[in-house]
Design a protein around this ligand. Sequence first.
Ligand SMILES: [Zn+2]
Length: 396
Amino acid sequence: MKPEYPAAIGPLNVTAESRTPPDASIEAFVAGLPKVELHLHLIGSATPDSLVRLARRHPDGGVPTDLDALARWLRFTDFAQFGAAYGKISRLVTGGDDLLALIGGLAEALAASAVRYAEVTVTPLTHLRNGLRPDELADALGLGRARAARDCDVELGWIFDVSGDLGPPAAADTLRWVLGHQPPGTVGFGLGGPERDVPRAAFKDAFEQAVAAGLHSVPHAGETEGPHSVWSALRELKAERIGHGISSVTDPLLLEHLAAGGVALEVCPTSNARTGAATIENHPLPALLRAGVRVSLATDNPGLFNTSLNNEYLLCHHALRLSRAQLVTLARTGAEAAFCSSAQRRRILDEINAFAHENEASVNADRPDQHGSTGSSLPAVSSSRSTSTARNWPAE
Ligand SMILES: [Zn+2]
């Protein structure tokens, strides 16, 4: 069965129609722009080759063992299908070597998108329950991170999350492992998995302890639930960034609050299209930018969604009508919102600024008005919930 995806969600579907010059070299521009990736899951980053290798080692795991069948199997149309596939893939990872292979493939993919620094979400309980020993998990992450820096020149930070459907006791178990092991690069504590019927506030205690221990709070919220979920993440979980947060676009007060506080949203357009959280045609990203909300562009599960950070930037340009200057701003926001050292942030920002300077002519020539009226002309956001961008969103 062929899933019905929006017209422009993947590398094969980014079209040139309705574009105007100087787009001829937009691919080279995006490929050269130094970037930061702040929202991607280690399991979901598994490349097709890595997945097939893992599946062949565990042929009874329910994951196809050849590339064509795998590609068909990965055509999700909703969050439930995605979650089921994600669970099966997770169960293939049973040893430190499996993790090292995933991290190696991930680092190569990040380097191919000119990513200098990435914060990767790892779900410790998933791996511990699938047979990894607590020390083995921490050691594999430490070694994988060192190899990524050495071999691919990509710095990795770790965000450790819990799948919300497992409940607060699982969050406490996760935090116990994190604080007991703290692999090098540990930066944050997260909350992932399904959002429906999983109130953010239920995890208040675990996040309080995590923040008290020096971890940054980075829960998912406002992906498949309304803005109430984002408010809760901010208030109860003290979120410093929000994973997704796209439903914020339906709440003008929340938009003002996010913009005033400088809270960045990690926005993943292809992921939203693949899980049914949003369509590309009505994607909230341009409206979030118009409202002054900081947006860091990300991939979420690039391996499973057949995307890359470069592809997300191209998608923003072609389908969401962002100008080159806006793409540079997305890259800067990624660096500014990262939980890396200030020296590292400075290095990446200097690199982005140098790139923008070198490409000043093409940035200036690519004025927002050349991209039509839908994305980049920066009108004020309506205070009404019936804006065209928000129209398809579920009620709070
Ligand atoms: Zn995510």
